[in-house]
Design a protein around this ligand. Structure first.
Ligand SMILES: [Zn+2]
Length: 491
């Protein structure tokens, strides 16, 4: 169901809720929230980003255009903007993907390349298909000599929860290692989403192109191939063309509103601007990029300057491995002692139920105090869980207080990185409500008399142990860089 239209009754009710808390003179956060719930340009901005720029993988011409678009939007709002460069370790862009079943029956396959997959040899790759079950080591081992040079079909369970999605990432490294030992020539992964839906599933987030061609095939065709394999004699052709290159320079777009009393102290609101390219990056993460721009615009429109400086960061290189936010942390290392908080949004337009405190329960009181003016939109319940996989992470590693909006993931997951992540999937009502919540939170953190403390490296080390982040950091290719000190600025 699409809910892109906000009813006037809802706006009125929400406005009443917000304003009722401040009956005399509305406070700045109440004014910011009330404005965000009304008719702002946020949704028309998002529509323009999705429909005119479209999918925008970092390193592509579309990414360039999206950065210029965001810069223009912020400048038009009266916000000063810096374009800050960083390095992405490897270029990977999809060019074309074609798949065909050749025997025992001939039919075209719906396939896409997995990001950071190798290309197939010139002219494509034709090989017998073998059934590699769920892609475990034992599944490949069972194939014996038949796996040599074959294309391996790897089944999957249907993805229904955030935990399933994480499991899909967690199985990648061991699967690639098993495939290598088995000597297969390519992997054909069965989509975790039904009804023909294809999506970009990166097979590396540590900045390396894997030496094996890896493609995704539609769930229904994957099932057909698996049935055909029961009698053997299946041959498949894969032709994947990817643009692959070495390190390159990319850009974050960073807006700033100077603090009126403590300009050297910073609250950063961030969302990634880049997206994968099959859809138009509406839920992931255009809606929150538009939200960040609109919170900045709101402060300017209402003539509000908070006590501390607020930065509005539109990171890129997120999908490739959080390179934009990592680059930002590196570039601003000398300033991090003066960062009061970082707030990240990256779960589409699902309602904000609270915030991930990322292992730091002491942040609860800071967040609740900041959210008091919008308590009527709540209730908010925060999670102590530490999350790896979005732009808070290098701030976490550097001890900077960091929050992620804990949004309802159910409306986000089915379209994640998929062809179907498009403008009409965005829930305009919840997006406005999220903008109101975020504006109040950022204002409150920037205005509070004090601020939460930065953690030392030892503090971060114990947080990582306590929250069990190590397996995820290993799966995302971050662990070695953390251990060597290449990631995680510290004092
Ligand atoms: Zn995202």
């Amino acid at each position: 169901m699409h809910r892109t239209h906000t009813t006037l009754a809802h706006i009125a009710a929400a406005l009443t809720t917000v304003l009722a808390l401040q009956p005399a003179t509305p406070s700045p956060p109440a004014r910011l929230a009330a404005r965000a719930l009304g008719a702002t340009p946020m949704l028309s901005d998002l529509r323009e980003l999705c429909d005119r720029v479209g999918g925008r993988p970092t390193g592509s011409p579309a990414a360039r255009r999206s950065e210029e678009w965001a810069e223009r939007r912020l400048r038009d709002a009266g916000v000063s903007v810096a374009m800050e460069t960083f390095t992405v370790p490897a270029l990977w862009l999809a060019e074309s993907a074609r798949g065909d079943c050749l025997a025992p029956e001939a039919f075209p396959l719906r396939v896409v390349a997995a990001p950071y997959s190798a290309s197939t040899p010139e002219g494509g790759l034709t090989a017998p298909l073998v059934d590699a079950g769920m892609g475990a080591d034992s599944d490949f081992a069972r194939l014996g000599a038949s796996s040599r040079g074959a294309i391996a079909l790897v089944r999957s369970d249907e993805m229904k929860t955030l935990a399933d999605l994480f499991a899909e990432y967690m199985r990648t490294d061991p699967m690639l290692a098993a495939a290598k030992r088995a000597g297969v020539s390519a992997l054909l992964l069965v989509s975790t989403r039904p009804r023909g839906l294809l999506y970009r599933h990166p097979v590396d987030t540590g900045g390396q192109v894997v030496p094996l061609p890896v493609a995704l095939v539609s769930r229904e065709q994957g099932a057909r191939l698996a049935r055909l394999l029961e009698s053997g004699g299946v041959r498949v052709k894969l032709d994947l063309r990817n643009r692959i290159g070495g390190p390159y320079e990319a850009r974050n777009v960073v807006g700033e509103i100077r603090g009126r009393e403590k300009p050297e102290e910073v609250v950063l609101l961030g969302a990634h601007l880049d997206s994968w390219d099959l859809g138009t990056g509406a839920l992931d993460n255009g809606v929150n990029a538009a939200l960040v721009i609109d919170v900045a615009r709101g402060m300017k429109e209402l003539g509000l300057a908070p006590r501390r400086t607020v930065r509005f960061a539109l990171f890129t290189g997120e999908e490739q491995g959080l390179w934009g936010s990592a680059g930002y942390v590196h570039r601003h290392a000398a300033e991090l002692d003066r960062f009061a908080a970082v707030v990240i949004l990256d779960i589409g337009s699902g309602r904000i139920n609270g915030f991930y405190l990322n292992g730091r329960e002491e942040l609860t009181t800071w967040v609740d105090e900041a959210l008091a003016p919008v308590a009527g939109i709540g209730p908010f319940r925060h999670s102590a869980e530490a999350v790896d996989g979005t732009d808070n992470f290098d701030f976490l590693l550097s001890g900077v207080p960091n929050l992620i909006a804990d949004q309802d993931a159910a409306p986000y997951l089915p379209d994640y990185h998929a062809e179907s992540d498009v403008f009409e999937k965005v829930d305009a009502r919840e997006a406005r409500s999220n903008a109101a919540i975020t504006a109040a939170l950022v204002w409150g953190l920037a205005e509070a008399p004090g601020r939460p403390a930065r953690q030392s490296r030892a503090g971060v080390e114990s947080l990582i142990t306590r929250t069990g982040l190590e397996p995820q950091m290993k799966a995302f290719g971050q662990w070695a860089d953390w251990v060597s000190g290449r990631r995680g600025e510290n004092r």
